[in-house]
Design a protein around this ligand. Structure first.
Ligand code: BEZ
Length: 329
């Protein structure tokens, strides 16, 4: 993205109307919350940001990462960000897209085929412009997007054809774009936070789960559900945010340092997801007996039906599609 676009976002932050406290020259010990478990790349890159900030400011700025929802679920973290009790977070779009439905366009099925293409879409002007909505809608400053891996489906029973998915209970991340993807396919979406998925697959509460390969490798979902459909049906952007109140209390030069360092690690995170994608497919191919790779044609009519249910956002969806189509394949 260009620096100008970030400058425009800084303008949107001013519109928060928060009283700007005097710049604070003392030590800044930032707390960053995530819902993902230790070892997950979001936490790894949160730590890297802390190291970079400490090095750049000779220890004046530091970051402690609180993984695995230690500070609460994302709804609770957003409340803490709003009150200033939490400084920053790496958030999924679950809560964000409930508050700003335009973000849902990023979850258009089969918009991109891999993380490298996702990076092009997320760095584009229409995607970056979505971040400008966060100060007013949520009281947070959206620094930039990161990602997790592309979405796949893991199931207890083999999936011989699309028909064998119909009527199954499919765990989803609790948000509307994923819900509608399965609704239009006649598969029963079952919203469920990540930490509950292994048990739900083991005890039959759900038949299958919408997941990514990093989760399969960390949580070993394959031990409960040994069939994996590599479908790459959606990308999974996340957003790095800073509390609007905390931001307003920072001196302009510290805002610039924080923006640059968070932006940098989020970019590096996306590059790493793109780099390890093929390696992860190779790993799960060795681990998971019932693995098959399918394309968009496995899910008849899903894109048209999903887009019909998100018709209000079609101009943005079409813009993003044009950007994805022009990206290197
Ligand atoms: C999920 O709900 O599947 C999810 C949560 C955090 C990061 C990636 C995926």
């Amino acid at each position: 993205m260009t620096y100008d676009m970030k400058g425009m976002r800084a303008g949107a932050v001013l519109a928060l109307g928060l009283t700007c406290m005097a710049g604070f020259a003392g030590a800044q010990e930032f707390r960053l919350g995530t819902i993902v478990p230790p070892g997950h790349l979001w936490n790894v890159y949160g730590e890297k940001m802390g190291e970079a900030l400490s090095a750049r400011t000779e220890g004046r700025m530091s970051v402690t990462v609180f993984p695995a929802g230690q500070l609460g679920d994302e709804g609770q973290m957003v409340q803490q960000l709003q009150s200033g009790a939490l400084d920053m977070a790496f958030l999924t779009m679950a809560d964000v897209s409930n508050r700003v439905p335009e973000f849902s366009a990023l979850f258009t099925p089969f918009l991109v085929s891999d993380v490298a293409q996702a990076a092009v879409v997320l760095n584009s002007e229409p995607a970056q412009a979505l971040l400008d909505k966060l100060p007013e809608a949520m009281g947070v400053v959206g620094i930039d997007f990161g990602v997790a891996g592309m979405r796949q489906m893991i199931s207890a029973k083999p999936v011989a054809s699309f028909e064998s998915l119909r009527g199954l209970k499919m765990r989803i991340t609790p948000f509307a774009p994923a819900r509608d993807f399965y609704n239009v396919l006649g598969i029963a979406p079952t919203p469920m936070p990540l930490p509950d998925v292994f048990d739900a697959l083991s005890n039959g509460q759900v038949d299958a789960a919408d997941v990514d390969l990093e989760q399969v490798l960390i949580f070993r979902f394959d031990e409960a559900a040994p069939n994996l459909l590599i479908s790459n049906h959606m990308m999974f952007p996340m957003v790095g945010v800073v509390s609007g109140r905390v931001w307003a209390g920072l001196a302009a030069e510290d805002q610039a340092i924080l923006r640059e360092e968070m932006d940098k690690v989020l970019g590096e995170m996306i590059e790493e997801y793109a780099r390890v994608e093929t390696e992860r497919v190779a790993k799960v191919t060795e681990m998971v007996p019932g693995l098959q790779t399918v394309g968009q044609d496995f899910f008849p009519g899903v894109v048209e039906k999903w887009e019909a249910s998100w018709a209000d956002h079609l101009p943005l969806i079409n813009e993003l599609r044009a950007i994805a189509a022009a990206a290197p394949q």
